[in-house]
Design a protein around this ligand. Structure first.
Ligand SMILES: NC(=O)c1ccc[n+]([C@@H]2O[C@H](COP(=O)([O-])OP(=O)(O)OC[C@H]3O[C@@H](n4cnc5c(N)ncnc54)[C@H](O)[C@@H]3O)[C@@H](O)[C@H]2O)c1
Length: 412
């Protein structure tokens, strides 16, 4: 069975998790991916990740700090880009020029302009780009989409996505609070814009209020993480970080279907709350689906049907063979390895796309649309009016993102 040889570029928190994901895939008979090497501008991070691979597989991969040198030395077909988002366009454009296919973490780019640079470069060099949007790959998201497609809730006309997390703590990394390096509304928001588009179809326009509530973020007192990388970084973190990116948004999305969605995503302030609902003229679904999450069906009479019962009832609901191998019950709640297994699904899809021509689920265009909708939150707030996805994709509304591109020395 032929395999693709891939290298990881960006060996930080999520990069390390990708290595566990690849290891999950390698344990299955489906695996058509082998790890070539690791690359990070920080040799220390790359060496630590090499130690993780050695622990998992008994073999220590070669380590590089320069992508071009790695591509010269190693016989690679693809790279997996897990750098922080403000470097995605640099690494992806260089990789496709070197003839490599790419899997890249979400958010695809820090602005619509950087996304378009990557899509254009991949087209020019005839290479594939797959954006690692993981939440939609959980069986709970697949089931929600199946129920909607089957008309189980009738025609969807309303939805709410509320994710409000109180506090002033630094959200995983200091870079997540800086506008030009992907603020929380992009970094976290893009998970939700992808899910919304997956479940409800294309967004037509967004009308939003977005603001910065906490201009100074503080280091959380302690971190309980199973990963050494996160613990070391937490210890080294400055006690405070000045924040420049908006951390609070409230919006109305109008979908192409005519449905509307009420959005509230915030990582600041005094209270936490959250709920996700999609409703139609025949019922409602609680949850858009999520890694390790569950959905349920809600009826008007107040009765609910849990995911397990929905799966038992809908015997023709199927997930792809590797997903079925990982999640035979089609329920991931309580599965400690769900994060890694979903990453394994992403690697597997890329290998099938390269080797067999499988269509990529979230390609460069889809990844750009997810970013465009997330940035519509701040663009609408700056413009003081609703902005359309068409305007966002055409970069006709670009006040907010122009600052980002300028800070990164990008000219369009
Ligand atoms: N899908 C998910 O659930 C999920 C979860 C966490 C992070 N992410 C995404 O993964 C990406 C990385 O996030 P993270 O939390 O691991 O960040 P991080 O800061 O922990 O790690 C980034 C790593 O990239 C390296 N790097 C930066 N520029 C580089 C370059 N030009 N070449 C090589 N290496 C470079 C850094 O040295 C660092 O080791 C982001 O896009 C983030 O949004 C996704």
């Amino acid at each position: 069975m032929s395999k693709i040889r891939i290298a990881l570029v960006g060996c930080g928190g999520m990069g390390t998790r990708h290595l566990y994901g690849l290891n999950e895939l390698m344990k299955t008979p489906f695996c058509r991916v082998e790890l070539g090497a690791l690359c990070d501008i920080s040799r220390e991070n790359a060496e630590r990740a090499a130690g993780v691979v050695e622990e998992l597989t008994g073999k220590r991969p070669s380590v590089y700090t320069d992508l071009e040198e790695m591509a010269r030395d190693q016989d690679l077909q693809a790279i997996d880009v897990v750098t922080d988002p403000s470097f995605h366009h640099d690494v992806v454009c260089q990789a496709v020029e070197l003839g490599l296919h790419v899997m890249v973490e979400k958010p695809f780019g820090v602005s619509v302009g950087t996304c378009r640079m990557m899509v254009d470069a991949a087209e020019k060099h005839d290479r594939l780009i797959s954006v690692a949007e993981n939440y939609r790959r959980d069986p709970s998201a697949r089931l929600a989409r199946y129920l909607i497609d089957q008309g189980v809730i009738g025609t969807p006309y309303g939805a709410a996505l509320h994710s409000v997390r109180a506090g002033r703590g630094i959200f995983i990394t200091p870079w997540r609070h800086l506008k030009e390096r992907a603020g929380p509304l992009l970094d976290m928001g893009v998970h939700y814009t992808d899910l919304i588009r997956y479940q409800l179809g294309e967004v037509r326009e967004v009308y939003s209020d977005a603001r910065l509530i906490e201009p100074e973020r503080v280091k959380p007192e302690s971190l309980n993480s199973p990963y050494e990388f996160y613990r070391i970084r937490h210890d080294a973190m400055d006690p405070t970080v000045p924040a420049t990116a908006e951390d609070s948004s409230s919006a109305i999305f109008r979908m192409e279907s005519g449905a509307s969605l009420n959005w509230m995503v915030q990582m600041a302030g005094p209270v936490s709350f959250g709920r996700q609902l999609i409703w139609g003229d025949g019922g409602a679904i609680e949850g858009f689906g999520n890694r390790g999450g569950r959905i349920r069906l809600l009826h008007q009479d107040g009765t609910t049907v849990e995911q397990e019962d929905l799966i038992a009832e809908h015997t023709d609901f199927e997930i792809e063979p590797l997903a079925n191998h990982f999640f035979p019950t089609k329920v991931t709640v309580g599965d400690d390895a769900v994060d890694w297994k979903i990453i394994a699904l992403e690697y597997h899809e890329l290998s099938e796309a390269i080797l067999d021509g499988r269509k990529l689920e979230v390609d460069g265009d889809e990844g750009t649309r997810d970013v465009a909708v997330a940035h519509a939150l701040c663009e609408s707030a700056v413009a003081g009016r609703a902005v359309t996805l068409e305007e966002m994709m055409g970069m006709e509304v670009y006040e907010y993102q122009r600052d980002i591109d300028q800070a990164l020395n990008i000219e369009h």
